[in-house]
Write a protein that binds this ligand. Structure first.
Ligand code: PMP
Ligand code: G9A
Length: 399
């Protein structure tokens, strides 16, 4: 059968994800993987979930095992409406809906807002899963460099003006303000305000994707962009993947009602509804204080892992390398000398039984070829140093 002639035009925009492709490799027991953005299995709230499941199956099975409404169970949306107050967000229940991971929320943004050729602004580097979700709708992704304080909004402003002059259709700015994936940096408060002003001036949406904001090891929280948004310009996303379990595939969106409604209609044909079982479990997890207690433990665990990794890098990495020192989250970003190609170096690393994701995967401009992302949360404490030693050897051999 000549199936190639039958694929839709849309499939030409699809890209494979380096992270997803690497997942199998990084789960090989002999490989020390800094590649996947996976939580530590020791961070999972196993006992809490056991206790809650027992209770849900006894008391709430009629709801928890039934189909639910597309926006999510009302009882859980109420929980989320309360929960997002932690981020300074005063939402109405109709602004909130539940998705199957924030990855689905990104796909819905694409479906609802992106026509082929529309301009979407992202930072360099940015989250690969967002790049691929938006590319799938034919987005014209424009990259804006970032530094220690996140996206360079001054450069963003210049790019907006330049593209507007050319008559391009500009749609939205995508940002992961807190402990960004992949660079681990935080967008400063001043830049958050400026970003919102720029979006208002040019009538753009902001997609604020915040999986890591609860995982702060040090420093004061910075207000979310959504908390400063008076016009309904920000589509905010949060997820339970990094504070409960990614296996639950549970996330939420807070957006202005009419936008939320349009997104929910898009979701109706995708999956009817997010799993009701996990929504009911997560409701108890949040409301009974399990979440708060668990997050404290996760922070302790991840801070230690970050420190082990940073200490090992100080000891073993060549002086010519530079890296970020994240105050939270799950990743750090390494820049090697210009002539080292981290895309090619992946094979050397795998031979040495260590894995990372090369920087180009997180770039929409072909850049990042001398950079790499390291995840410090998934490997056990006692293998991080050995993994860094192996990686340092690979880098030194290339140099
Ligand atoms: N956005 C960002 C920035 C992420 O890092 C991730 C997961 N690595 C996601 C979205 C998707 O998360 P999930 O679908 O598990 O909620
Ligand atoms: O496994 C995934 O695709 C989720 C993790 C994303 C990442 O590594 O950034």
């Amino acid at each position: 059968m000549r199936v190639d002639d039958l694929y839709s035009q849309r499939t030409k925009y699809f890209r494979t994800s380096e992270i997803r492709e690497l997942l199998e490799l990084s789960q090989r027991p002999d490989v020390i993987s800094f590649a996947g953005g996976l939580p530590s299995p020791h961070a999972f709230p196993v006992e809490e979930i056991k206790e809650i499941v027992e209770r849900v199956l006894s008391n709430d099975y009629a709801t928890a095992l039934q189909y639910g409404p597309t926006p999510g169970l009302k009882i859980f949306r109420e929980t989320i409406t309360e929960y997002v107050k932690n981020f300074g967000i005063n939402a109405d229940i109709d602004d909130v809906f539940i998705t199957v991971g924030s990855q689905q929320a990104l796909d819905i943004v694409g479906r609802v807002f992106i026509d082929a050729g529309d301009v979407i602004f992202v930072s360099l580097p940015t989250y690969l899963g967002a790049i691929n979700a938006f590319y799938a709708y034919g987005a014209n992704m424009v990259g804006v460099p970032l530094d220690e304080e996140g996206m360079r909004v001054d450069i963003l402003e210049e790019k907006i003006k330049e593209l507007k002059k050319k008559g391009e259709k500009l749609k939205l700015i995508y940002t992961v303000p807190t402990f960004q994936n992949p660079a681990g940096v935080e967008l400063s408060e001043e830049r958050r305000k400026h970003l919102l002003e720029i979006a208002a001036e040019h009538d753009l949406l902001i997609v604020e994707d915040e999986p890591y904001s609860m995982l702060r090891f040090e420093g004061e929280p910075i207000p979310s962009i959504k908390s400063m948004d008076k016009e309904g310009r920000v589509i905010y996303m949060g997820t339970f993947s990094k504070i409960m379990s990614p296996g639950f595939r549970l996330a939420y969106v807070v957006a202005e009602k009419s936008v939320a409604r349009k997104m929910v209609v898009a979701k109706q044909s995708m999956d009817l509804c997010a799993p009701t079982f996990t929504q009911v479990i997560a409701k108890y997890y949040v409301e009974n204080g399990y979440l708060t207690r668990r997050v404290e433990k996760i922070i302790e665990m991840y801070r230690k892992k970050r420190d082990i990794m940073l200490d090992a890098m100080d000891e073993y990495f060549p002086q010519e390398c530079k890296w970020t020192k994240p105050r939270g989250g799950m990743f750090l970003w390494v820049e090697l000398p210009e002539h080292i190609n981290t895309v090619e170096m992946v094979q050397d690393a795998v031979k040495e039984k260590v894995a990372y994701v090369h920087g180009r995967a997180f770039h929409v401009d072909g850049g990042g070829t001398n950079a790499m992302r390291l995840n410090f949360t998934n490997p056990d404490d006692d293998v991080i140093e050995e993994g860094i030693k192996r990686l340092a050897k690979v880098i030194k051999t290339r140099m």
